[in-house]
Design a protein around this ligand. Structure first.
Ligand SMILES: *[C@@H]1O[C@H](CO)[C@@H](O)[C@H](O)[C@H]1NC(C)=O
Ligand SMILES: *[C@@H]1O[C@H](CO)[C@@H](O)[C@H](O)[C@H]1NC(C)=O
Ligand SMILES: *[C@@H]1O[C@H](CO)[C@@H](O)[C@H](O)[C@H]1NC(C)=O
Ligand SMILES: *[C@@H]1O[C@H](CO)[C@@H](O)[C@H](O)[C@H]1NC(C)=O
Ligand SMILES: *[C@@H]1O[C@H](CO)[C@@H](O)[C@H](O)[C@H]1NC(C)=O
Ligand SMILES: *[C@@H]1O[C@H](CO)[C@@H](O)[C@H](O)[C@H]1NC(C)=O
Ligand SMILES: *[C@@H]1O[C@H](CO)[C@@H](O)[C@H](O)[C@H]1NC(C)=O
Ligand SMILES: *[C@@H]1O[C@H](CO)[C@@H](O)[C@H](O)[C@H]1NC(C)=O
Length: 342
């Protein structure tokens, strides 16, 4: 997340291939490699949405660009087989932290943070505006608004069947003091019936969290509450069947917010993040995976270029991370890379 006026104080620098020692004996070590792919053209980007569209394509949606960090409408498609980017139709409004998902061949953006009502003021507010993108004929359509009180950006987003789940998020951000309005509300939207549902609140408010939906359970990993530095190491699991949350699961080895995540098999990988007092950039390099079957964590090699403010997109056993921020606050990059655990 961005903090325009923040001057980042250099503390100790501590970056190695695996930075933080295991803090419990159930944390083991894994291996894997990072490789770069084609950089994002036009503008380096962070705080965008990133979704898998099909087995060969991902999209990045909105976000912010270099200082003074305007929010953009740009939407771009990356094709794996050709390693190329294509710009498609713009979002109807500029959005950062859009809540993005793909269901049945359409991209859905269910709210996000916007500057549209106050372009000259140093804060972002959540919008309830929702959109559906159809790649053929390359058009965005405005759909039902998020219900009153449920407008959010930076929610933990999961999809099961025709339903999109939005857990937590922020309702606003004051860019001058790192104050963020974090919430615990949990809402779903069924794209077939076009109905929203209010589900059981998260056990605690969270935004900028990691997420994964496995076997009917939506996991919300880490994230933060009310500002960059208040990072969390919790794992919460929501059972769709009985509308209830389970707490007390194995904690993340390193608490992190604004991380990327991706599901491979039964594991949820949590990658990078923002607010690290131990690195000069303030960005967490850690890659750590939660095994949802065993309730244990594995540490993997650090990110090649540590980033935050982006999202993971999984193809097979590779997690693609397009762009993101290079330092705490705003420092968008066009760098892209994927992690392949071995
Ligand atoms: C390690 O995890 C196992 C379950 O996988 C559990 O039974 C055991 O108590 C855990 N040990 C510690 C030290 O947390
Ligand atoms: C990506 O950014 C680097 C510098 O940060 C720049 O040299 C390069 O031209 C950019 N690539 C594209 C495709 O825009
Ligand atoms: C927008 O966010 C600011 C703080 O970041 C808050 O004071 C203001 O009430 C919000 N406006 C709306 C319309 O929610
Ligand atoms: C944003 O933070 C600044 C600095 O703390 C404060 O002066 C201002 O009133 C805040 N704005 C809002 C809308 O809360
Ligand atoms: C909901 O289901 C999960 C998984 O079966 C279970 O662990 C949990 O205890 C259940 N919660 C309630 C409140 O029944
Ligand atoms: C967050 O931490 C950084 C460095 O650790 C510090 O410079 C900054 O002032 C902190 N922000 C807040 C809002 O406390
Ligand atoms: C910073 O590094 C120290 C020493 O390794 C560690 O104890 C601490 O947990 C780290 N803090 C964070 C927020 O990662
Ligand atoms: C996409 O890939 C998955 C596994 O990698 C495979 O099961 C599925 O059939 C593929 N779908 C298409 C449309 O190629």
């Amino acid at each position: 997340m961005l903090n325009i006026l923040s001057t980042f104080v250099l503390l100790t620098q501590l970056v190695s291939s695996i930075s933080i020692p295991p803090r419990d004996t159930n944390v083991s070590t894994g291996s894997g490699t990072w490789k770069s792919f084609a950089p994002i053209p036009i503008n380096p980007r962070q705080e965008h949405g990133a979704v898998k569209f099909d087995n060969d394509t991902l999209y990045i949606i909105g976000g912010i660009i270099a200082s003074p960090f305007p929010t953009v409408t740009t939407v771009q498609k990356y094709t794996i087989s050709t390693d190329t980017w294509t710009t498609v139709a713009d979002l109807p409004i500029p959005l950062n932290h859009p809540n993005s998902a793909v269901v049945n061949g359409k991209i859905y953006v269910l709210g996000g943070l916007s500057t549209i009502d106050n372009p000259d003021l140093p804060f972002w507010n959540a919008t309830g505006d929702c959109f559906e993108y159809d790649p053929t004929p390359n058009t965005w359509t405005t759909i039902a608004q998020l219900p009153e009180g449920r407008q959010i950006g930076s929610a933990a987003v999961g999809v099961k069947g025709n339903t999109i789940y939005l857990a937590g998020g922020i309702v606003n951000t004051n860019l001058t003091d790192d104050e963020e309005g974090t919430v615990s509300v949990f809402t779903s939207y069924n794209v077939k019936t076009k109905k929203f549902k209010f589900l059981a609140d998260l056990p605690e408010p969270r935004d900028h969290a990691g997420v994964g939906l496995i076997k009917g359970r939506l996991y919300v990993l880490g994230g933060r509450a009310y500002g960059h530095n208040n990072t969390k190491d919790t794992v919460f699991a929501y059972d769709i069947k009985n509308n209830s949350w389970t707490t007390g699961l194995a904690k993340m080895p390193t608490a992190r917010g604004s991380l990327s995540s991706g599901v491979i098999g039964t594991k949820i990988f949590t990658i990078g993040g923002e607010g690290d007092p131990n690195t000069t950039s303030g960005v967490y390099p850690q890659v750590q995976a939660y095994d949802t079957g065993k309730d244990i964590w594995t540490l993997y090699p650090d990110m090649d270029v540590p980033r935050h403010g982006t999202a993971g997109v999984v193809f097979g056993n590779k997690i693609y991370i397009p762009g993101g921020g290079l330092t705490t606050g705003g420092d968008p990059t066009n760098y892209t890379s994927y992690f392949q655990p071995s």
